[in-house]
Design a protein around this ligand. Structure first.
Ligand SMILES: C[S@@+](CC[C@H](N)C(=O)[O-])C[C@H]1O[C@@H](n2cnc3c(N)ncnc32)[C@H](O)[C@@H]1O
Length: 249
């Protein structure tokens, strides 16, 4: 249906999904980074490193990154560390609590001012056309009500020759690992959520949203439909995660 969206296993009015998603991240913000390490056995670090390698920030040229749904700033900090002195990152997220954690992290780092935090909706970015060299989104796109709109906006704010890279949970395609992963995500992750964050429901939502996200080929087709060229993807860790990329040419 055109004006409904999935919130976990539930079908909800499109307008309600964002409010529900915001509630999830408000609830988990303070312990979000710890939960990532616990849930993924630290693997999210390797997945994020693969994304940063794909971004490939230059060492000498100026480089402007927009990290959409950037939460606590993990991707931005990594890209700044990998790039040269003229690398700048903007973290855009709809959730003030996630951004507050990111700003605290930035204040403890140097150079803190290489990262700017902006509260905004990925579906309506408050940036001019063609203003970034790269746009990234990590574990964010499955949370938004209108994926196509986010892709259109990412395309709009990219410069010609700029790259869009998306890291997202995907569909495990390895016999044996798929059953183990299904069991782990339906039983262990919500229990961890209850213990660490005091909110099993938030993590039940996250697991269900992964199940419902388009398969890698279907998502690649969405990137092409949004205008991206040379779209490709690769699966990491047996397909637990997919890294998609496309260019604005
Ligand atoms: C799973 S977290 C990912 C955070 C970060 N990218 C990372 O990899 O650690 C998903 C983020 O998407 C954000 N988000 C959800 N809907 C959004 C929207 N419409 N626009 C911008 N951010 C959104 C949430 O607030 C949350 O911070």
């Amino acid at each position: 249906m055109a004006d409904t969206a999935h919130f976990g296993a539930r079908e909800v009015p499109l307008a309600d999904k964002q409010v529900l998603v915001d509630g999830v991240f408000r609830s988990v913000a303070r312990r979000y980074d710890l939960m990532n390490d616990l849930m993924s056995f630290g693997l999210h670090r390797a997945w994020k490193d693969a994304l940063v390698t794909a971004v490939g920030p230059p060492k000498t040229r100026p480089f402007a990154l927009l990290d959409v749904a950037g939460g606590t700033g993990d991707i931005a900090f990594r890209v700044i560390a990998a790039g040269g002195e003229r690398t700048q990152a903007t973290v855009c997220d709809i959730n003030a609590d996630m951004l507050a954690v990111g700003r605290e992290r930035a204040a403890k780092r140097s150079p803190g001012d290489a990262v700017t935090f902006v509260e905004a909706n990925a579906e309506a970015l408050p940036f001019p056309d063609r203003s970034f060299d790269a746009v990234t989104i990590a574990f964010g796109i499955r949370n938004v009500p209108r994926i196509e709109q986010v892709l259109t906006e990412a395309f709009r704010v990219l410069r010609f020759g700029g790259k869009f890279i998306c890291l997202e949970f995907s569909a495990v395609d390895m016999p044996g690992l798929d059953r183990l992963y299904a069991l782990y995500s339906s039983a262990v992750i919500p229990a961890l959520g209850r213990m660490v964050v005091g909110d099993a429901e938030a993590y039940r939502y996250l697991v269900e949203s992964i199940r419902r996200f388009p398969k890698p080929e279907a998502f690649a087709a969405m990137l092409r439909a949004a205008g991206f060229a040379r779209v490709s993807y690769r699966l990491l860790t047996g397909g637990i995660v997919a890294l998609h990329s496309g260019w604005r040419l």
